[in-house]
Design a protein around this ligand. Sequence first.
Ligand code: SF4
Length: 340
Amino acid sequence: MNSKPLLSLKNLDLIYTIRSSVFKPPLKIGAALNVNLDIHPGEVVAIVGESGCGKTTIGQAIIGMMKPTAGQVIYNGKDVTAMNRTEYQEYRSGVQLVQQNSYAALNPMRTIFKSLCGPLLHKKLAKNRAEALEKAREAMQLVELNPDDIDKYPHELSGGQRQRLLMARAILMKPKLIVADEPVSMIDVSLRIAILNLMARLNEQLGIAFVYITHDFGTARYIARNGKILIMYLARMAEFGDVQTVLENPSHPYLQALLTAVPIPDPEIARQKRELPLKSIDMPSAAFPPSGCRFHPRCPYANEVCEQDEPQLLPHRDVLCACHRVDEIPKWSLRGESDE
Ligand code: SF4
């Protein structure tokens, strides 16, 4: 990608401080540490990992909901903390969020009309009620909602329709980037593909970049098929690169183990799939992370160096990977082929 990044995360740390008792020192929990990520105009980046890996926290930092403990969020070349009022408003409109739980994201007392037109009038993106109504109806058509339903309440819509409504609300702000946090995990499987296709269409037609946050490789691969994928493990970046390269030839043992666990519908390929037995299935606590490589208590390739030294995210073939032994461990593919 030759264009300048639309949004960059530079050495970003996001640390929660929890005080359980006045008699105990506060506990610091690193939700995301030393995250570096560029998102270019129109690009799709999937962030994938298990619960507690930090993916949602990164999304919150991108949209300005969470202030970094250290590092920078840079939008259009400017640190968001150094922006003037106009620049900050542009950033907040330009980066929108579509949440997982559409019930929680929508006010149950507000009709679609109010949910869509309220922000338009508040941010002066429409001169009057009539113009706001026209824009809201256009947005509904764009996300394939029936504009005649504009007076309905959220409870009168299906899960898929509510997710489309969130998408319509986001695009009315004319965003350059949408952070979609598990947008299809709470809707019926049969409707998921329609929402993913809607996102792909908004990406292609309107040039909106997407950060797609998920634990599901299937949907990540589908939506970010021409984009990038970031694998997170316990607040750290484990692997980053083009989605096809990363998923076809995973380098990091954690990613290899995750892909081993993904069911394959083709029984022939499933039979050939090489297992990667982990030493433990339990994810360590983010409050008390293991020393060295955070994956070492579970990693079948861990050695003494892994127990002591934190691996850096470094170039490896065409990706970035944080593993001391990435050049030594057997190459891995779903079919179990190895050139070792
Ligand atoms: Fe496994 Fe060591 Fe690589 Fe961590 S650094 S993933 S423990 S081999």
